[in-house]
Ligand binder design. Structure first.
Ligand SMILES: Nc1ncnc2c1ncn2[C@@H]1O[C@H](COP(=O)(O)OP(=O)(O)OP(=O)(O)O)[C@@H](O)[C@H]1O
Ligand SMILES: [Mg+2]
Length: 221
């Protein structure tokens, strides 16, 4: 079953947030989810250690360069989704994770700097495809976007689309509830302290997770 790798060598691009939102929303729809924390900074484990881990989710920490391929294979079982959260670097660990992916998501803020560094992640995927001689499905996720699109965002989107890059719709907007996940743990639905417009945040996360799920079912055809 599908292995989703969240990768961008840009620090703070929104990888761990994307991983948690995707994992928690898929789990809520009844999909068993295994989340692998492959970042020595342990963002995902910090989230998992707070509050109660939602049903259908297991989170594993301390996955290393030597254990990543074996760990992914062990948890890549029928009916489950494996989500891999990586450090914001380009490393052998990142390459190994990408080589095991059914889908790579590249979170990116809609800024020129993020897009430039995001392009390096796209290049890394292309190199990995060449090395293992298979296509690796991938898509950009815009993160921390604002309700009013900037000119910069439109420009970046257009140039990615012209380059044939898949972009997940909707993007993950900048929302207090999303960053609060790392404060409270759990998922958006169990968050006791209201953070901004919760129903819009939930709607955004659900639509995002479903758009990714659709790609996963296509990638496995
Ligand atoms: N959509 C969002 N809305 C609000 N805050 C966000 C959103 N996405 C990310 N953030 C915040 O931005 C910061 C960086 O996000 P995150 O940790 O997900 O990025 P990352 O790519 O995993 O970073 P690193 O490279 O350090 O692992 C965090 O403080 C997070 O709470
Ligand atoms: Mg992270």
């Amino acid at each position: 079953m599908p292995v989703v790798v969240i990768a961008s060598s840009k620090g703070g691009a929104g990888k761990s947030t994307t991983a948690v939102l995707l994992g928690t929303e898929l789990a809520r729809k009844g999909v068993p989810v295994t989340m692998l924390d492959c970042d020595p900074n342990h963002s995902l484990s910090i989230w998992a250690g707070k509050g109660t881990l939602p049903e259908n989710i297991q989170a594993l920490s301390d996955v290393t360069e030597s254990s990543i391929v074996k760990t992914i294979k062990q948890h890549d079982v029928d009916g489950a989704v494996v989500i891999v959260d990586l450090e914001g670097v380009a490393s052998r660990m990142v390459s190994r994770a990408i080589s095991q992916a059914d889908l790579v998501l590249i979170p990116m803020r809609a800024t020129i700097l993020d897009a430039t560094i995001g392009a390096q992640s796209l290049q890394l995927i292309a190199e990995e495809e060449e090395a293992i001689n298979r296509r690796i499905a991938h898509a950009v996720v815009f993160t921390m976007t604002r309700a009013i699109r900037s000119k910069q965002q439109n420009g970046i989107e257009n140039s990615l689309r012209e380059g044939g890059i898949d972009i997940v719709e909707p993007p993950l907007m900048e929302r207090a509830a999303f960053s609060a996940l790392f404060e409270f743990g759990g998922d958006l639905h169990s968050m006791e302290t209201k953070q901004g417009n919760m129903s819009s945040a939930i709607e955004n996360a659900e639509a995002f997770a479903m758009a990714v799920y659709k790609r996963l079912t296509e990638a496995l055809k």
